[in-house]
Design a protein around this ligand. Structure first.
Ligand SMILES: [Zn+2]
Length: 222
């Protein structure tokens, strides 16, 4: 049902003023907050504000499964903070292809994309707008050489493998706090690997074994 203007949650209503198909001005009652839908009375276009899909890569070091690739951002948001390689999935692009592309563009590495580690929803402040992001985190391993020492890309001032525990211990250094969840999921997955007992570092997980603990896209914890 349409709602009164004072009930419409900002900023999603006020940032869109016209139907993108026919140009008719939206009225408050044309916005349905539960569905986050603009329903145009001019042409009937149902303009849903759905989560935006993104893909990130959890790339383990080939010899040290505890270490994953992170980049220090040189672009907004989060300049100077660390994040996993990743970004928006383009229209029509396969999610795994997007993950591999982002690893190449942001971190300068070629990767083989493995199974999904986790899927989460996060609030992302992007160019002044709060976006609702659906983030798919993929496990991956290098299919090319390690990043060169001192590598700088268009989006990163540093590209290095870092121990997951170290990163989890300094959450304030992450550009996107929600990626703590992804890293925790990875740590949980490592702990489930054969040999990961008594505090010992687990062996590097072979790609063929990745799927063993992944049942519904998340590590199964017993
Ligand atoms: Zn319209």
């Amino acid at each position: 049902m349409p709602i009164a203007e004072d009930e419409i949650p900002a900023p999603r209503y006020r940032e869109i003023h016209y139907c993108p198909r026919c140009g008719v001005a939206y009225r408050p009652q044309d916005f349905y907050p539960v569905e986050h839908l603009f329903l145009c009375t001019g042409c009937g276009f149902d303009f849903y504000q759905n989560p935006l899909p993104s893909a990130v890569v959890v790339l383990k070091h080939p010899d040290r499964a505890d270490d994953v690739l992170l980049l220090k951002r040189s672009t907004a948001p989060g300049i100077g903070h660390w994040c996993l390689p990743g970004g928006f999935i383009r229209y029509g692009e396969a999610p795994a292809a997007a993950a591999a592309r982002e690893a190449r563009e942001e971190a300068g590495v070629e990767v083989q994309i493995g199974p999904v580690l986790s899927v989460g929803l996060l609030d992302y402040l992007y160019r002044g707008r709060h976006l609702c992001i659906l983030e798919v985190a993929y496990l991956a391993h290098l299919s090319g050489p390690l990043p060169a020492a001192g590598l700088v890309t268009q989006e990163a001032s540093e590209v290095v493998f870092r121990p997951v525990a170290e990163v989890l211990g300094t959450p304030e250094t992450l550009a996107f706090p929600e990626q703590m969840t992804v890293l925790r999921d990875y740590q949980t997955l490592l702990a489930l690997q054969p040999g990961a007992k008594n505090g010992q570092s687990p062996p590097p997980c072979a790609p063929e074994s990745w799927g063993a603990q992944l049942v519904t896209g998340r590590p199964k914890v017993e």
